[in-house]
Design a protein around this ligand. Structure first.
Ligand code: ADP
Ligand code: MG
Length: 683
């Protein structure tokens, strides 16, 4: 819960205050004073300190009430201080100190004590182990830089204080502006979920910032995260996030394909996609994406690249086109007039290169041309300076056009030394700069890609819920047997090949008259059947079947044999795996023996909406198979979407399924049918 006293405190006390600005207790006072808090600031220190604007308090006992308490003292001293502060009426706490749960068992206990105290007082605890909070009322951080508060600037929520500082340092230089900053540290009581909830509940379309940036080390409550992040996105916010620490979770016994394929990073990406959050992998990427967010909305994928320096334009064009965006060539007859206005030798194909001698007026003409040209959705202007002349007039034109044009214009101003002052003036007008064109190109592609993924709420396909529950309720932990598996999938509406289970040759003789050859025979017993020679394909008559039966039954662990019709077609795969409090992640892709080799899979958190399943399929490298690749038949996208959605709904109805593998699903243009399924139950 975020209390009013954290957001708009009327008084703040710093416990562990100092007059030495090289200490957190000193720097926080300086930032608070310069931050223009409308209210009283108290500084607690048994030794005397003298800081203008701060009332010195020797002993916490002598403190009148303070809404917000900022603690810059040793971890072990925090609980006692907090007890006194709560008695005095403090409701909000920011704890800078380290030495809590991140430091070991002892710290964990102290941290829990703080959380219990704050919860009992119905208050808010930010941290511990954080750099603090900045908002419209106060600047409660002990580090620099302290960004100028811009209510429409980016909101930043960071698990790591140091990363927030590093991020702001580079971001401010590129012109990004900030509003509220929440450094949540260990997130003992207040995590990213609670902050998002607060931002969602208090969102005001006229005054709230629309850009949210997250640096996360963990998501404790994915459902709360999903609820508020997607709600904010639906309200028009744009969110980008880095989630660090994705190297393999490890320790998970991967008995299924899905188990081997699903990584913790995949789960986070699936969560972000569901929320409409742009996934970023580095600070630079987050800055570039945030800067794209702060520009006009990108409403198409066709770019005009405008430059006076060929190389950068070529690198940018390469990046845009290799990431699925377009740099279309202009129709020659449309460029005749423009060409006349440029210096001889300029090229107007796209990129438009108006040469080193290009002028501000010419830039204006080019931008006007692109604004009018209906085949272009956005422009990138790359303009630096070799140090020989001033580019102020060029940047003025650029700034004007960015206001008057309806299409977004992204400025790449690479001359950080030669044009240092001109860039500063440009940024002072509220602009951002993309110093590197390739970073910009990548950011544009991920933002544009994420924009397409705006998913409706999943509608569950109709399924026989009672039958599903009855299979699950009666099943033991471990793998379902062949009949249970068939029953479960049938109840879920997932088509599976018919099967007959036989235990002796008499049963086989009887079965042979019912099946139509060719058939497939599989050993029942071993988990990975083909690894032990337990799958025999294309059996064309009873004699072969009898022989196959003997072979299969001689395999170690064999206890029966399964007869199945032989199905032709390409091989797809769909699976699901339970991922702790994230629920299940559903995977889909190319199946059969190449599944793990090619790893061409896409994922989504269950339940899966129709558009989400569709975008999963569209993101596969094997996607062309759904449109007929070379001489191959076209596979049915509709059928695969249906299976993915059904798997997503099945694990919701039967959360006891810990892993599910449909591999392969045989697919041709009219049909999709599962020929092998493994379902593991863990109640
Ligand atoms: P496992 O995964 O335990 O090795 P499968 O039942 O998936 O066993 O069989 C291995 C391979 O045999 C499948 O990937 C598929 O290529 C082929 N196969 C299995 N059943 C059939 C079938 N009914 N029709 C056609 N091919 C099949
Ligand atoms: Mg298989």
């Amino acid at each position: 819960m975020i209390v009013r006293q954290l957001i708009k405190p009327q008084s703040i006390v710093v416990v562990g205050a100092s007059d030495n600005t090289t200490k957190p207790g000193g720097m926080i006072l300086q930032n608070l004073i310069q931050g223009g808090l409308e209210g009283k600031i108290y500084g607690v220190n048994p030794k005397s300190i003298q800081v203008e604007g701060v009332e010195h308090i020797h002993d916490l006992g002598a403190l009148p009430t303070a809404d917000l308490a900022i603690l810059a003292i040793r971890a072990v001293d925090c609980p006692e201080a907090m007890r006194i502060l709560i008695q005095k009426g403090s409701k909000a706490f920011i704890v800078f100190s380290a030495g809590f749960s991140e430091a070991g068992e002892e710290g964990k206990l102290i941290e829990k004590e703080l959380v219990d105290l704050v919860n009992k007082a119905n208050g808010t605890l930010i941290g511990p182990n954080c750099i603090g909070v900045i908002n419209g009322s106060y600047k409660g951080i002990f580090t620099t830089p302290v960004p100028v508060y811009d209510p429409k600037g980016c909101e930043l929520i960071s698990s790591s204080g140091a990363t927030a500082v590093f991020f702001m340092e580079s971001a401010i230089l590129t012109g990004l502006r900030f509003s509220n900053i929440y450094s949540i540290g260990n997130a003992a009581q207040t995590g990213v979920e609670e902050i998002l909830e607060y931002l969602d509940d208090t969102f005001d379309p006229t005054t709230s910032s629309r850009v949210k940036l997250l640096y996360l080390e963990q998501v404790k409550n994915p459902f709360k995260f999903l609820k508020h992040a997607s709600s904010l996105v639906q309200k028009g916010c744009r969110i980008a996030a880095i989630k660090s620490g994705y190297s393999e979770a490890g320790g998970r016994a991967a008995s299924s394909h899905t188990g081997a394929l699903a990584t913790s990073d995949m789960v986070i990406r699936a969560l972000f996609r569901k929320c409409g959050i742009v996934y970023c992998s580095s600070r630079d990427e987050l800055i570039a994406v945030a800067s794209v967010f702060q520009s006009k909305v990108l409403d198409g994928d066709r770019f005009a690249v405008i430059t006076h320096a060929g190389g950068s334009a070529v690198m940018l064009t390469d990046t845009l086109s290799s990431n699925g965006l377009k740099v279309p060539v202009f129709a020659e007859d449309r460029t005749i007039e423009l060409r006349k206005k440029l210096n001889p030798g300029s090229s107007v194909g796209n990129p438009i290169d108006f040469l080193a001698t290009g002028t501000a007026t010419q830039l204006g003409e080019i931008i006007d041309f692109c604004e009018d040209y209906e085949g272009v959705d956005a422009m990138v202007v790359v303009f630096g300076s070799p140090g020989l002349f001033n580019v102020r007039d060029v940047y003025e034109v650029l700034d004007n056009k960015m206001t008057t044009c309806t299409k977004p214009i992204y400025p790449v101003l690479p001359s950080l030394i030669n044009a240092e002052n001109e860039i500063k003036e440009f940024l002072a007008k509220g602009r951002v700069n993309f110093p590197d064109e390739v970073n910009l190109g990548k950011a544009l592609s991920i933002v544009y890609g994420a924009q397409k993924h705006s998913f409706e709420k999943a509608v569950l396909p109709e399924m026989d819920v009672l039958a599903i529950r009855s299979v699950i309720n009666t099943a033991n932990n471990g793998y379902l047997n062949a009949s249970e598996t068939l029953e479960l999938l049938t109840a879920a509406g997932i088509p599976m090949a018919q099967q007959i289970i036989i235990r002796d040759t008499t049963q086989l003789q009887a079965a042979a008259v019912k099946v139509s050859f060719p058939i497939v025979m599989k050993v029942i017993g071993p988990v990975h059947k083909s690894d032990v020679g337990g799958v025999l394909l294309n059996i064309i008559n009873v004699d072969q079947a009898l022989q196959a039966f003997d072979t299969l039954m001689s395999i170690e662990g064999a206890n029966a044999v399964l007869l199945q019709e032989m199905v032709s077609g390409e091989e797809l795969y769909c699976g699901a795996i339970r991922q702790g409090n994230f629920g299940h992640v559903v995977l889909g892709g190319l199946g059969g023996i190449f599944l793990e080799l090619l790893n061409d899979t896409a994922s989504a958190l269950a339940p899966v909406a129709h558009a989400e399943a569709q975008s999963m399929i569209a993101s596969l490298k094997a996607y062309p198979l759904f449109h007929g690749y070379r001489n191959k038949i076209k596979l049915s996208e509709t059928h695969f979407i249906d299976i993915i959605m059904r798997v997503g709904a099945l694990v919701l109805i039967a959360p006891e399924i810990s892993e599910l593998d449909l591999n392969p699903i045989k697919a041709d243009k009219n049909d999709m049918i599962v020929v092998d399924a493994r379902v593991s139950i863990e109640k």
